[in-house]
Design a protein around this ligand. Structure first.
Ligand code: UDP
Ligand code: MG
Length: 209
């Protein structure tokens, strides 16, 4: 069997009905990654979309060798989609990003630079979040506090954008909903971690799930 060639950076992104965001996502992620001067791949997981998302991913994969597609036969949810994408990834470092540009591709270089200092995980700490205080930010603050207190994981913002050492990312066994616990899981595996401030803009287009 031929060994799978490694790349320096994988971006793994779950996509469910993101036809309104995917072109802008591809354009901005590609601009940032090609500017870093390292080898990379973008793994897009089509999570049973019923719009044109799957066809668009297939088309990108035909035209751009940096692109990889994973196709789930039905909508399995964000966590399963992330897990499938991680299993497919080949990067020394793996970034997990949303497909609606709520994680800014332009923040990738800061996360990767911090990874180069030798961490197993670097977490984007969202600043100036645009979402509702009562529905999203307050529950998220409470959940983050409880997770820090119970797991001992020092990270302030468990959700959102992260970069993980490839071997560690591919060893994660995620069950439904656990994409929000990834830093705590890595901490419990003995992994080291750091945080960098990232911005948190509103969704580029379309509706939150
Ligand atoms: N997503 C997915 N499958 C789902 C729900 C969401 O792949 O069943 C993807 C979605 O396309 C996006 C990311 O997960 O890339 C985050 O979803 P969304 O922006 O709707 O969540 P929010 O930011 O509101 O928490
Ligand atoms: Mg979103």
């Amino acid at each position: 069997m031929k060994p799978t060639p490694r790349v320096d950076i994988s971006v793994v992104t779950p996509m469910h009905n993101e036809e309104a965001c995917i072109h802008e996502f591809y354009r901005r992620v590609t601009a940032v990654l090609s500017g870093l001067g390292r080898s990379y791949e973008i793994v897009l997981v089509n999570d049973g979309s019923t719009d044109a998302t799957g066809d668009i991913i297939r088309d990108y994969c035909r035209r751009d060798p940096h692109m990889a597609g994973v196709f789930l036969s039905r909508n399995r949810g964000q966590c399963n989609a992330i897990y499938a994408g991680l299993q497919h990834s080949r990067g020394e470092n793996v970034l997990i990003m949303d497909g609606d540009l709520q994680h800014r591709p332009e923040d990738i270089p800061a996360l990767v630079a911090r990874m180069d200092e030798g961490y197993d995980l670097v977490k984007g700490m969202r600043e100036n979040r645009s979402e509702s205080l009562v529905l999203r930010r307050l529950p998220s603050k409470i959940a983050n506090y409880l997770l820090r207190a119970t797991s001992g994981c020092p990270v302030h913002d468990m959700g959102g954008f992260s970069c993980i050492r490839g071997e560690v990312a591919r060893a994660l066994r995620l069950r439904a909903g656990q994409h929000r616990l990834i830093p705590a899981l890595v901490h419990l595996m003995g992994g080291s971690m750091s945080e960098v401030p990232t911005s948190a803009p509103p969704r580029f287009a379309g509706k939150s799930h």
